[in-house]
Design a protein around this ligand. Structure first.
Ligand SMILES: C[C@H](O)CC(=O)C(=O)O
Ligand code: MN
Length: 337
């Protein structure tokens, strides 16, 4: 008989999805989406600016409403799931985290570039003191060799993380790489520390990659309704749940409510369709941070260049999250050529 796997779903519609709407959901949108999500059975609902606590800024784009208004809106309607915030040390601070706890969050995901886990020590430690479910999030994992990733994951676990994620921020990984990296983390970390996987669909394989991750021992899987997220979006929750039902994976999520939430609540609120078009495909192909997409469109238009050329050059320079200012630099340079 096929093996039965059990996983826990984290929904990122109200966080990664914020990139896709330029952080312009209203608190009322957040309330409607969170309420629909809560009815699906997801374990965790992440809700913040796309770049986490403190992300609303000139560098990353301003949110439509104040951070606390979103968090209070979401925490106020959710009855079953836990609410999580994303925190990138350096963008968000421990004070931001404490304010988010006052709004009702019960979990935090502390994200660093996949070679920079050491900057998460203070934030993970403080999160544990605050009694939060605490997750380490290793972004742009496709850039980092397995032996380095396992060391970085061990650091996050040693600081107190309950789970450590392989994050395919660029949607650049294929199934073999996912299997290799997830399995290495599963073997490197103590049994009580969960391994997680976060995908982007830039190469059209987010569902397949997420299933491969489960088969290699990932217990926490990220997804979003209708795939709403940066670039070509994240693993679509409703599609993943249906595929899991056919593969002996128990997600704890009810399929029809997830389909209805995607179709009736999220799709009408999308600003542009989530699809693997030429620009988002280029992110996966060139290994570029998915949240650069809309910034690259804007810079390309402003300086009269092809967004794909901007993205390919950013990939060649191995630019990572936090270097958003390079997008304009590259567009200017290309326009001069
Ligand atoms: C700040 C990023 O959007 C976090 C994330 O979801 C990723 O790296 O992917
Ligand atoms: Mn993401």
């Amino acid at each position: 008989m096929a093996q039965i796997y059990q996983v826990e779903m984290t929904d990122v519609t109200l966080r990664d999805g914020m990139h896709a709407v330029r952080h312009q959901f209203s608190a009322a949108d957040a309330r409607a989406i969170a309420s629909a999500l809560d009815g699906t059975g997801v374990a965790l609902i992440e809700a913040t600016h796309g770049d986490g606590l403190g992300g609303s800024s000139i560098q990353y784009g301003f949110s439509k409403e104040a951070e606390e208004d979103y968090l209070r809106a979401v925490c106020g309607v959710v009855k079953h799931a836990k609410v999580a915030a994303l925190l990138l040390p350096g963008i968000g601070t421990v004070s931001d985290l404490k304010r988010a706890v006052d709004c009702g969050i019960q979990a935090v995901r502390v994200a660093t570039h996949s070679t920079e886990a050491d900057i998460s020590e203070q934030h993970i430690g403080e999160a544990r003191k605050l009694g939060l479910d605490t997750v380490g999030f290793l972004m742009m994992s496709h850039m980092t060799p397995v032996h380095v990733l396992t060391e970085e994951a061990r650091k996050m676990a040693s600081y107190g993380a309950h789970a450590v994620y392989i994050v395919d921020s660029a949607g650049a990984m294929l199934m073999d790489e996912v299997r290799q990296k997830v399995s290495a983390l599963r073997h490197a970390l103590p049994d009580e520390v969960h391994v997680g996987f976060h995908a982007h669909n830039n190469l059209g394989v987010s569902v397949a990659n997420s299933i491969a991750a489960v088969e290699e021992g990932a217990y926490r899987i990220d997804a979003s309704l209708a795939g709403l997220g940066a670039g070509a979006g994240n693993t679509p929750l409703e599609v993943f749940v249906a595929a899991c039902e056919k593969s002996g994976i128990d997600t704890g999520v009810k399929l029809y409510p997830a389909m209805d939430a995607a179709e009736d609540v999220v799709r009408p609120r999308m600003h542009r369709p989530i699809l693997t078009d030429r620009a988002s495909l280029t992110l996966g192909y060139a290994g570029v941070y998915s949240s650069f997409l809309l910034h690259a469109f804007r810079a390309a238009e402003q300086f009269g260049v092809d967004a794909r050329d901007v993205l390919v050059e950013l990939g060649r320079r191995r630019v990572v999250g936090g270097q958003e200012d390079m997008i304009v630099d590259v567009a200017v340079e290309l326009s001069r050529k």
